[in-house]
Write a protein that binds this ligand. Structure first.
Ligand code: XIL
Length: 382
């Protein structure tokens, strides 16, 4: 009898141990999309090796952690519409097929942007600006051919990207030069005509600058007053270790939400590398020569820097969770550090550590801790 009860208690203790171990395992195995997916879409920008399946480790990470994808490059005009009378949908089709196959929310990036712009788009054969009428026609055909091809498959589009400078003035792009600010509502209108169900976004970087904040609020209000559909403002979120402060970022986030549209964090990353210029931001035309001292961590990231990065990234992620009532998507600009454009911009050939997963596709401490925090809060408020 006594022996039996000892056996029984050993059995129940070990069962309890097994149960609690498996609970711990389950918690540890919880992914970003499982933890945060009921708050907002958890997105990632993917490249063509991933959409095409050759980066198998990258694909595994993307499928495991994220429930939404955006095209890092393959839908930009220079790729998808390289000549006036030639669209090339090879990579864009592959990207959309990847999203459909994996049951992900697919986001299109980007319809009208001055960078990575097809050279023919705004000029004639002699390189002179085309007339406003012709540019409107070209924009309409470009936007409507692409949007209607993916009608019902792409949930939302970055319609216009980076139209406003840090001080709030309109960026002097060819689109602006030829059409004035009117090119923005036109682009939204063309996209809406092609897919009335699609969500439409205005997307930009350095949105924490007060000048830019006010100008974007004004732009959104103007579009809304004109009866133009706009669903969200995309705050790119290319952060550095000092800019912006979470408080300034939060001010912009709330200012955009106060216009009645949603907010999306669309291109999140945070560089740890020294910045070569006084001007911050994410203007892809800004490029600087490689110098050894500008690439201080070619082997590993020192613990102190890593810790500071994780702490600061945690502040931003917590801010997004706090405002999950107005934030409908948080997308990181690349799956793992290896994929980050920051390794090559604004200086080519550096080693940056800008994303949530390291080069071995392992989660950074901030990922594990944010998942834990969110799960604990859910447990405390079931
Ligand atoms: C970047 C891509 O990540 C790079 O691969 C490419 O060489 C340049 O563009 N803002 C945007 C994105 O809206 O499209 C940019 O993506 C990063 C800045």
């Amino acid at each position: 009898m006594k022996r039996n009860s000892i056996l029984l208690s050993i059995l129940s203790v070990s069962t309890a141990l097994i149960v609690s171990c498996s609970t711990v395992e389950k918690e540890e195995a919880t992914t970003l999309k499982e933890a945060l997916g009921d708050k907002f879409l958890v997105g990632v920008a993917i490249n063509s090796n991933q959409a095409g399946g050759t980066d198998t480790a990258g694909v595994a990470l993307i499928k495991q952690q994220f429930n939404s994808i955006v095209a890092e490059n393959c839908m930009k005009s220079e790729v998808i519409h390289p000549e006036e009378n030639r669209f090339d949908f090879t990579l864009a089709d592959q990207f959309v097929a990847f999203g459909k196959k994996n049951d992900m929310t697919i986001i299109g990036h980007t319809l009208i942007w001055h960078s990575q712009l097809s050279p023919w788009f705004c000029v004639d054969e002699k390189g002179k600006n085309v007339s406003p009428e012709l540019l409107k026609e070209r924009m309409k055909r470009h936007i409507q051919t692409i949007v209607s091809r993916y009608k019902g498959e792409i949930k939302g589009w970055d319609v216009v990207n980076e139209a406003i400078e840090d001080d709030g003035s309109f960026r002097q792009t060819k689109f602006y030069e030829i059409l004035g600010e009117e090119y923005i509502p036109l682009a939204f209108q063309y996209a809406h005509e092609a897919d009335p169900e699609a969500e439409l976004y205005y997307n930009d970087f350095s949105m924490a600058h007060p000048g830019k904040r006010d100008a974007v609020v004004k732009l959104v209000n103007k579009l809304k007053n004109q009866g133009i559909r706009i669903d969200a403002v995309g705050m790119q979120g290319h952060l550095t270790m000092s800019f912006p402060t979470p408080a300034e970022f939060e001010k912009s986030l709330l200012a955009f939400a106060s216009t009645g549209v949603n907010v999306m964090i669309t291109e999140l990353d945070m560089t740890v590398l020294p910045w070569p210029s006084k001007k911050l931001g994410a203007d892809i035309s800004a490029n600087f020569a490689y110098e050894k001292e500008m690439n201080p961590y070619p082997e590993v990231l020192p613990d102190s820097v890593s810790q500071a990065w994780n702490e600061r990234m945690g502040e931003f992620l917590r801010l997004f969770v706090k405002h999950a009532n107005v934030i409908t998507r948080v997308t990181v600009w690349g799956a793992s550090d290896e994929d980050s454009w920051r390794n090559n911009w604004p200086i080519k050939g550096r080693k940056d550590y800008a994303l949530l997963f390291d080069r071995n596709h392992q989660p950074k401490p901030v990922v594990t801790s944010i998942i834990k925090e969110v799960l604990n809060t859910k447990k405390a408020n079931p």
